[in-house]
Design a protein around this ligand. Structure first.
Ligand code: PLP
Length: 356
């Protein structure tokens, strides 16, 4: 640990040497009336909207709009086919298979591990503490000269709590690799985003997504915020047209509805607190982790049997009861008021019928 950050030293050799694919839209960017450079069908699309031209590879218009909403310059934004694409690109840019390693801090989002396995990159797990915070000593011990990335999810999935900001800052200051802070649930949190601190930490990568609070999971649009230097690396290795035109068009319109999203967020947070309070009154509910997200992790009796009972009622929740440090827990997404009432009433029925 401790040294000075040098992005070039972190990059894989093959990526340093890479000559990126240069698409037709990279080579000619101006206005023209006759486009005969990309082997498209000049007649049009067999559809009511035109999709016959390749999309903007760097999604300038979407980034301009996001820049205003997020307060982050467009040059510091990467857009991916879901934030899962950014996670994969981080491995591919910085981790040499069979040589480098990353640090994961479970229980956390499963894609960091799956993506490591897909890329044949080793990972070292340093469990969160029993109150779901970072084990700084454990992380310091696990880091070696081949450690390239640390993934930190805050608010954390599946626990729902935010990780202490000062702990994350300690890692940012002392670790020479990249610190990836996944803020998929930041819109529901009382904690401020790390986006304001990008200029302070050259090794910070923030992930956000339109899949959760923004209600656009099906469009697949994830964001990474980082230094221009890091964004340049992502752009160099991403598939040339990774965000399709339909997604770009729809997102541009949807981003005008910030007020609608903010009012949903308020409602979801209120419903989250109400659902937590109601479930906490049930004798068989042992613990609910205070949540900064749009879900709650609930420790309760007979989790698997309750899960199956809920399925039989057509209510699907996430069974995390076999996950280390989440033993006995189900993860419940906050739904509409009607859905939450249906859930609560089914939970009452289950325990009433089996225990009381
Ligand atoms: C849902 C989720 C994402 C996934 O985002 P996509 O943009 O839909 O790929 C990323 N990180 C965490 C922690 C999530 O829970």
């Amino acid at each position: 640990m401790k040294g000075s950050f040098n992005l070039n030293a972190l990059l894989r050799d093959n990526i340093k040497k890479l000559v990126p694919y240069s698409s037709a839209r990279d080579e000619f960017k101006g206005e023209a009336s006759v486009l005969l450079d990309a082997n498209e069908n000049a007649f049009g699309s067999p559809y009511r909207e035109d999709f016959h031209r390749y999309p903007d590879p760097l999604q300038h218009r979407v980034k301009e709009k996001l820049s205003k909403i997020k307060g982050v310059p467009a040059a510091n934004i990467f857009l991916g086919n879901g934030s899962d694409e950014a996670i994969d690109l981080l491995y591919r840019a910085f981790c040499t298979p069979g040589k480098d390693n990353v640090i994961l801090v479970p229980p956390t989002y499963g894609m960091y591990e799956v993506s490591a396995n897909i890329n044949d990159v080793a990972y070292r797990k340093v469990n969160l503490t029993p109150d779901y915070q970072l084990d700084l000593d454990g992380i310091a011990e696990a880091i070696d000269s081949q450690t390239k990335l640390i993934f930190i999810c805050s608010p954390n999935n599946p626990t729902g709590n935010s990780l202490n900001r000062t702990d994350i800052e300690t890692i940012l200051v002392n670790f020479d690799g990249l610190v990836v802070v996944d803020e998929a649930y930041i819109n529901f949190s009382k904690q401020p985003s790390f986006t304001k601190d990008l200029s302070e930490f050259p090794n910070l990568v923030i992930l956000q997504t339109l899949s959760k609070a923004w209600g656009l999971a099906a469009l697949r649009l994830g964001m990474a915020f980082a230094s221009e230097e890091i964004i340049t690396v992502f752009n160099k290795i991403k598939p040339p047209y990774n965000i399709n035109q339909a997604t770009q068009n729809i997102v541009l319109e949807a981003l005008d509805n910030v007020d609608q999203v903010n009012s949903w967020i308020q409602e979801i947070v209120a419903e989250r607190e109400k659902l937590s309070a109601t479930l906490a009154d049930i004798a068989q509910v042992a613990h609910i982790t205070p949540s900064d997200a749009n879900f709650i992790l609930v420790k309760l009796e007979e989790p698997r049997a309750l899960y199956n009972f809920l399925v039989s009622k057509g209510i699907i929740v996430r069974d995390r009861s076999k996950v280390e440090l989440c033993e006995g827990c189900l993860r419940l997404t906050v739904g509409t008021p009607a859905e939450n009432e249906e859930l609560v009433s089914a939970v009452y029925t289950f325990y009433g019928a089996t225990n009381n």
